[in-house]
Design a protein around this ligand. Sequence first.
Ligand code: HEC
Ligand code: HEC
Length: 354
Amino acid sequence: MNRLKFGVTTGLILICGLLIKCSDYQGDLINNVGVSQINITVPEGFPKVVPSKDNPLTEEGVALGRKLFFDPILSKNNNVSCGSCHLQSMSFSDNRKLSVGTNGENTKFHSMPLFNMAWMNEFFWNGRAKSREEQALKPVVNPLEMDLSWPEAVARLQEDSDYPFLFNLAFGTFQIDSILVAKALVQFEMTLISSNSKYDRFKRGEQAFTLEEEYGYTIFNTEMGDCFHCHMDNGLVTDNGFHNNGLDNDADLKPGLFEVTDNPDDFGRFKTPTLRNLIFTAPYMHDGRFETIDQVIDFYSDSVQVNQTVDVLMKKAHQGGLGLKPDQKAALKAFLLTMTDSTILTNPAYQNPN
Ligand code: HEC
Ligand code: HEC
């Protein structure tokens, strides 16, 4: 039945191509440059985009990626999509400490929020994916996430009544493969941008901070809080680097980046997360150990652990943390909350289209 529909659709497109002379249009598709290219607008104050290789954004590619992102067809039991663990209502993160995959098992780590990925070049808490496209190939085959082999995933898409047609629109071929699936997913991810918070408007000179928020901003950006070394005040609020922020003593320290590099200096280093949209992304840290922003601030203030590889930028680690007073903690929290951009939750272009 599906094949029949697919055949009919294909036939109609070919006839259309001949009859109404849309040969230029077809040519574009075959050259894989897409029919309607999109450029990412860099928000004021943001750094330069990290471009993808051979994957220019098109409206057709983004639409296909969005459909795939929310489609459980990519999971073994047809019950889990990317969007099950990266929920729009949570800024594309998950409020569960650990997420649950297609077989009902927990993921190893807490889910990460997905936005401003156009400015990132290493992915996962331990940095094991070195490009967006490499990352996008991994959840499908991960036994704790979607647990489907790529040949099976591709076969399912190929037999679907819509997908071959949509891949042709986006990439000029009815022949689906894992690389094209990853490219489409990445195109959708590239459009998830968060740059519309009070923090952004403050930086653009459009809106003032309250005195408390301003004090918190000062704590953040001076040796009082020292947050800015890793959570850079660059719009993204991360250096996209890997650090050991002193969560655990040596006995409990998890390997982190060491799993990828085998370098003992990297033991316990994890990817610096952005601090945008924290209000939506609890719980916090790679294992989701803190449920509230207050708990995170208490940690940096009062219970930083000195372990073998704790970062030199955690300057007050040897005294257990920053030792913030209650009014300083409150101010820091007030500032962190200025980075709330609720448009990411309501933007219709980011919603499940299925
Ligand atoms: C079962 C839950 C689950 C599913 C399904 C899932 N993810 Fe994730 N995702 C996670 C978790 C957990 C992490 C962090 C894991 C880690 O670091 O090892 C993560 C990390 C990521 C990251 C890294 C973000 C960063 O800042 O480094 C990206 C990108 C991502 N996922 C995209 C996807 C896409 C695309 C899909 C669908 C093909 C998907 N995920 C499916 C749970 C899930
Ligand atoms: C040495 C670098 C460094 C410094 C300095 C630092 N952080 Fe972090 N921060 C990290 C890393 C790395 C993580 C993730 C750690 C993990 O999960 O193992 C993190 C995680 C967080 C999280 C959790 C975010 C999430 O999505 O899970 C918050 C909130 C946070 N930091 C706030 C702050 C604040 C506030 C300050 C200043 C008081 C600060 N950080 C200073 C590196 C740093």
